[in-house]
Design a protein around this ligand. Sequence first.
Ligand code: NA7
Length: 898
Amino acid sequence: MPDAAVAARASEATSDNTVQQVDIAVVGAGFAGLYLLHRLRKAGFTTVVLDEAGDVGGTWYWNRYPGARCDIQTIDYSYTFDPELESAWKWSEKYATQPEILRYLGFVADRYDLRRDIRFGTRVKAATWDQAAERWRLTIDRGAGISCRHYIMATGCLSTPKPPEIDGVNDFKGEIYFTGRWPHEEVKLAGKRVAVIGTGSSGIQAIPLIAEQAAHLTVFQRTPNFALPAHNGPAPADRVALLESDRAGYREQARWSLAGVPWPQNTVFSWQLSDAERRERFEKAWATGDLVCILTQLWADQGGDPDGNALVAELIREKIRATVKDPEAAAALSPYDHPFGAKRPCLDTNYYATYNRANVTLVNLRQEPIKSITATGITTDRRSFDLDVIVFATGFDAMTGAIMAVHPITGRGGKSLSAVWANGPQTYLGLAVSGFPNLFMITGPGSPSVLSNMIVSIEQHVDWIVDRLAAMRETGFTTIEATETAQAGWERHMADCSMLTLHRLANTWYTGANVPGKARGVMPYTGGVGPYRAICNEVVGRGMLGFRLTGPDGRQQCNDGEIVRLQPDVRLVLNMLAEMKLPPIETMGAAGARAFVAQFNAARPAGRPVGDVVDGTLPGTDGLLPYRLYRPATPGPHPIVVYFHGGGWVLGDEQSDDPFCRDLCRRSGMIFVSVGYRHAPEHRFPTAAEDGYAATRWIAQHAAELGGRPGPVLVAGWSAGGNIAAVTCQLARDRGGPEIAGQLLVCPVTDATFDRSSYNENAEGYFLTRSLMYWFWDLYCSPADRTDPRCSPLRGKLQGLPPAFVVTAEFDPLRDEGIAYAEALGAAGVPVEQLMARGHFHSSFTMVDVVITGVSGRARMAEALRRFAGLPQTMGPCGEDVRRDRNAPPPAVNAAAE
Ligand code: NA7
């Protein structure tokens, strides 16, 4: 639309010198601002939208550089709120160009007559909360300002270009362009010597087209990025057919998916596939030309596990080497410094092939950094380049830049947002900030935003906020504010979620690392749009948990608390189990319960490969006991850990904790021998305890035969197995051996007392229930025997026991008896370390490759075992330091809450 026409239809308030009074002021007229305006208007709120740009479009208004396109397929990168809009607009390509997306947004603005409430060319300079009036006052650069009840920032995540941070920019006498502020008029590059600095999405999209026009193009690359061919063209027939076969269903699936685009969840792990099968999957995804596809559809461990990810990264590097003819350029273009997907991968058209052109030079700034920009070009510490044009594709002050560009934003009590966020942004749900009543953000830090299809996240945020505002109006509340408790809880939940993916391991704009001096931390929500949506709904369902609402008559409503206290993947597992509506295990009878466990285990991810797995038998107290031995792939002999499985002395066998044993074997570099001790009710107390002890003695005596290191063994066990491990240590001390170098007790049973708090707090809902524990105890041990230390080791003598590592889970009936045992060991002079696993449940650590947040706990268990065995500490990729803030000091080992 021509500018004159825009001006004619834009808000009439632009010439008004009186303060404009509205219910709601929105900043930004991009995808988010336009949909907000539409919804707010329909809900009957007076609204003004303010935007510095000359028309609608937001990021698509400014980013006009050659090659600018979306990198989510346009059939997904579209509004879905109005089916009629969907059928009224047809995209011409799989990935639309910037001009087409801008036309689409103009079409939307016209269709819903939005421009009449938008003030273009208007910058919001500052915002102040007036507590007495319960209104925000916005200072703008044109006119008298705005007074509004609610202030909503729809300012986008990538709107504020980052300064280039290179000396001498102002000295350059040629032309300078920023991809994020590209001129509206045509930029003529033909016959010119052009430089592009930056190889993120913008640079990678622009470089092939600039190379076609320029006399010579020099690309200055600091960090190579992964780029995948877009294979642009018409929208792919299979995706279109999928959408058109059930449009509503497709959209709904997107809303509940992880990334906002409906692709199935991958359940096959890399180690279950042969090299040829992995390559076949990769080639298929490569040919698809879709970021979400290649980021999610190869194998289940590609996004969360460094090893699974490294396989993809290498396949992509192979493609780069196959395309770029000059080996030195190919090497420089191959990323090694970050996992694939941890930094936004790019979609390209002919990017790598561009480096085969005679008129393109790649300068690797890792080898020759830029010294300065001069009047005539760019000087590195090795050479000078004479240039006519410099294009900065150097990125944005992402996620927070556009919010902080309104400065100051002054909230309750005169607090400024920049001061509150000095150490990094904090929000509740990515939507609100404590201390800033009636302020909302769309796709703010803490929202899935840039890790999702933005349109899906935007529509969810807008719908949620507008529905809340309408509900407030109905109930007579005038202010809404996130509480500090809720916000701190969200911060913790964000940190927990960041362990699910590898984003924390790369220096990127996701973590603030691209802007010097900016606080570090993963800013987008990594838990996925579906789980996020469920959480937002739950906030409402629990009476606006974590929000304080007030009304003019002094009325208040505040259900304070944290919306998610469980680890994010534990929450998903428990929700899934709840949906299965299983009968209580204790009602199945022992045989039924064993069959159930076998079925349950058959459906879990297979354990990872180890060097060798050997099944055998060993003499117990009364006949042979089966065992399964896991040997590491590294050269031996290795120390031996005697392992006891969980199952309440009733369920499971020497194979039932297979993935857990494999994982600990790999991480610790030790042999694990899982013992098939006999079970109740066929063999009641003290059979399991005596079998455990006898097996340990035999294994210690036959260590060399088993390929292990002769000398002391270690013991480990989970749940009832933890009980047997603890008891074995006491028996070994009292019966003259074997020597045990350390004990790992994971959520152990230590005492037949049911009155500790955790038994009541976690009695139900966390899979291991109180009544299941009662059943286990009844089958195993008569009440008269329960004070015997061979079933209640907490009641035994604790002096002189081997050093212990005791793991407890917050949401476990057994939590407090585990803690009590650790404390009692410590009091008895036994060296003991505790891992109190926050947000975890009884099975968190044994659900390998399901509960991903259990990884760091298992890494610490393996470390402890190595320490007990006198081995040097190793911190492989799986055991890497996984804290959110890489500048924070390492966690204390003793009694650390994970
Ligand atoms: P990005 O992805 O932040 O890329 C910026 C690029 O510029 C990146 O390669 C940077 O290297 C480079 N850069 C930044 N500052 C400098 C300096 N001072 N010297 C040399 N190189 C520099 O921004 P984009 O605009 O490409 O893409 C942003 C998002 O928009 C994209 O992810 C899509 O979601 C859409 P670095 O990696 O920091 O070493």
